[in-house]
Design a protein around this ligand. Structure first.
Ligand code: PGA
Length: 256
């Protein structure tokens, strides 16, 4: 594998329910990472925002949030801003995860505002795109991905995103299901994302500098193969990242 760096990003979603448990899993993963030799991996854990300030942002694991609001401050009851999570040590933020699109009614327009908020606060957005099973069965994968990307990046300049963007291809039907697309399918979406970025920005610079990840039912059995067969820049990992042994198994599979 020629890659310089592979991003392994854990998405803990709304888990665990106590700080104690979060610390236990986090520490076990971090201690395990110290034993991994010559790893090319960059490990990030996207925690529930309430736990962010309890973890060291300067350690082996970088911190991320799972959502932000699009304004930096103000009368938005219950919301958490990019500035707040940045001040708590996050350097990444997941934006437009399909669970938020589905359960919270997050639209492409909101995804666009949130991406802008992340970028202006120096947070790396992990922009999630992906088709549902119905869209896949209708043969609409391309149309869905192009639409999500074009809208998410509307009005955002090349200078704003160059080298600062991660895009996660997460087919909705693959999340938590144990099913994954074939390597060819992942590679064709990877190529499509690069084409869309080149079209939006009129050159290949943004496409070349954007890290494109795969997410959906990644575990220690398939993680390395997905990256080595498809050339993706990393993985967004849900369930398997909450189990220290499993997540460490994934990290260790990339040991040189
Ligand atoms: P999963 O979730 O790895 O549990 O399928 C991935 C995600 O939702 O980001």
């Amino acid at each position: 594998m020629k890659k310089e760096k592979v991003y392994l990003i854990g998405n803990w979603k709304m888990n665990p329910v106590s700080l104690n448990e979060a610390e236990t899993v986090f520490e076990e993963i971090e201690n395990g990472i110290y034993e991994v030799e010559n790893s090319i991996t960059e490990v990030v854990i996207c925690l529930p925002s309430v736990f962010l300030s309890d973890f060291d942002s300067e350690g082996k694991i970088k911190l991320g949030a799972q959502n932000i609001f699009w304004e930096d401050r103000g009368a938005f009851t219950g919301e958490v801003s990019a500035k707040m999570v940045k001040n708590m040590g996050a350097s990444f933020v997941i934006i437009g995860h399909s669970e938020r699109r589905k359960y919270l009614g997050e639209t492409n327009e909101m995804v666009n505002w949130k991406t802008q908020a992340a970028l202006r606060n120096d947070l790396m957005p992990i922009l999630c795109v992906g088709e549902t099973l119905e869209e896949r069965e209708r043969g609409d994968i391309g149309e869905v991905i192009v639409g999500q990307l074009e809208k998410a990046l509307e009005g955002i300049s090349e200078a704003e995103v160059l080298g600062k963007l991660l895009i996660a291809y997460e087919p909705v039907w693959a999340i938590g299901s144990g099913n994954t697309p074939s390597s060819d399918e992942i590679m064709s979406v990877d190529l499509l994302i690069k084409k869309v970025l080149s079209k939006i920005y009129g050159s290949r610079a943004v496409a070349d500098s954007t890290m494109i990840l795969y997410g959906g039912s990644v575990d220690q059995k398939n993680a390395f193969n997905i990256v080595s067969r498809t050339g993706m820049s990393g993985l967004l990992i849900g369930g398997a990242s909450l189990n220290a042994r499993e997540f460490l198994g994934i990290i260790k599979s990339f040991e040189k």
